[in-house]
Design a protein around this ligand. Structure first.
Ligand code: NAD
Length: 435
């Protein structure tokens, strides 16, 4: 059992803090955001994540999990301090380390004994050294501490499951003692631990996300070729994915990747490469293809409807993927303003993410968590998130509700023959269009 402080109670800090508590550690999750901590103290989750509320409640009740804005106190009481603050994309595309630096200063000025300081946030190579130097400057002279890089690999929407059953943990430590402490914390979650230097651990996180983003853009490029040569990308994907050297995951063509990680991490990796003197052309192409996929959705709806002036479009899905309320870099945030600029009215459906989307899109569209109300009387429908509600659409009913039977599907959810038989104009990604 270890006393742990987690600085930053967002998707990563809250989930991993809760899982460390579930494993029997004494965890305090801290944040500078007073309203987030107040909500948590009242049992209200600031994010949507399946299974999170129950696990938080259980651990608060058995007093293994606490929440506070008093970061100083939590750091002083802890043996292990995790930094899990945001590292958003800066205006120039690099990772913004403002919050990481703030956290390091707080840790340094409250270092009252040996502690292991673990960076869980996704940070550029060299940040471990930076955190170490900030702490050394503000800590009492001669106070011993160790630095660890322990990047997080959880997926939003499956965060608890991923954290309780990690495929691997990566631990880059500055001492064997620190490595052992952090490795022991991971025993309940995984037996696959990759021991590396701090620098390698920092790069592993970016390399993992960039590789997954590359798979997505690769299949999207193949989808674009499919459209030109009359092939079907879902078949191509199946045909290559069954090769175990390739694997079928992250090979679904569509509107491209979004979310709080892939866009910012590919961009940050490009900068890491540039700063090291390397021109990472492949990742530039991955980012370019991704932007093109979003533009295609708008082109496809225009191809089906002609001018969008005076038309009403229903958009199904605001979250960047199902089972999360996260809309950071979600395709909807790009596509809805484009539809508006082209003169369309937009009605948007999402079962969970309306609150978050409103903060970004304001009154650019009407929002509803009622799928069929959203579709009713619209000229066409665009699918952007593969929510189970959307996958399970009653297509006969939808056809009755739409003014014209037009669906542009950014997630390739429906069967081409069925859409043909139902009389739809159905335009998906990398598959023959149905008219
Ligand atoms: P988030 O924005 O949801 O949460 C970050 C939290 O840190 C916020 O609540 C913010 O108020 C708090 N914070 C900022 N500065 C602080 C400070 N000085 N002291 C205390 N709290 C502070 O971010 P997130 O999605 O949890 O991501 C955190 C990090 O983990 C990022 O580097 C991200 O790239 C990485 N990551 C995220 C995911 C994911 O799926 N969200 C997965 C793996 C890794």
């Amino acid at each position: 059992m270890k006393k742990i402080a987690v600085i930053g109670t967002g998707y990563v800090g809250l989930v991993s803090g809760t899982c460390f508590a579930e494993a029997g550690n004494q965890v305090t999750c801290c944040d500078i955001n007073q309203s987030k901590i107040s909500s948590l103290l009242q049992g209200i989750m600031p994010i949507y994540e399946p299974g999170l509320k129950e696990l938080v409640q259980k651990n608060v009740e058995r007093e293994t999990l606490a929440f506070t804005t008093k970061i100083d106190e939590a750091v002083r009481a802890a043996e292990v301090v995790f930094i899990a603050v945001g590292t958003p994309m800066s205006a120039t595309g690099e990772a913004d380390l403002t919050y990481v630096k703030q956290a390091a200063e707080t840790i340094g000025s409250n270092l009252n004994g040996y502690k292991v300081i673990v960076t869980k946030s996704t940070v550029p190579v060299g940040t471990g050294k930076l955190v170490e130097s900030i702490i050394r400057k503000s800590a009492p002279k001669g106070q011993a501490f160790d630095i660890v890089s322990n990047p997080e690999f959880l997926r939003e929407g499956a965060a608890i499951k991923d954290s309780m059953n990690m495929e691997r943990a990566v631990i880059g430590a500055t001492s064997d003692k620190a490595y052992e402490i952090i490795a022991e914390l991971h025993i309940p979650f995984t037996s696959n631990i990759v021991k590396s230097s701090v620098e390698s651990a920092e790069l592993i996180k970016y390399a993992a996300n960039a590789f997954l983003a590359t798979k997505i853009s690769f299949i999207n490029d193949i989808a674009n070729i499919c459209e030109r040569v009359g092939a079907d990308v879902t078949k191509v994907s199946e045909g290559i994915g069954l090769d175990s050297r390739i694997g079928s995951k992250f090979l679904q063509a569509g509107v491209g990747f979004g979310g709080s990680c892939f866009p910012k991490d590919t961009s940050a990796l490009l900068h890491i490469a540039q700063d090291s003197g390397y021109d990472f052309n492949l990742i530039k192409a991955v980012m370019e293809t991704n932007e093109g996929q979003r533009a295609q959705v708008v082109e496809k709806i225009m191809a089906a409807l002609g001018s969008l002036k005076g038309k009403t479009i229903s958009v199904l899905g605001l979250a960047f993927k199902p089972d999360t309320d996260d809309v950071r870099f979600a395709p909807a945030l790009d596509i809805i303003p484009q539809l508006k600029t082209l003169g369309a009215q937009v009605k948007a459906f999402d079962p969970i993410a309306i609150g978050e989307a409103k903060k970004q899109l304001g009154n650019q569209c009407d929002y509803s968590d009622d799928l069929y109300e959203t579709i009713k009387h619209t000229d066409a429908c665009i699918v952007l998130t593969d929510w189970k509600e959307v996958k399970g659409l009653d297509l006969v009913k939808v056809k009755r509700l739409l003014k014209r039977p037009v669906i542009v599907d950014g997630r390739n959810l429906f069967d081409l023959d069925e859409m043909h038989d139902l009389g739809y104009t159905y335009i998906s990604m990398g598959r023959p269009a149905v008219y």
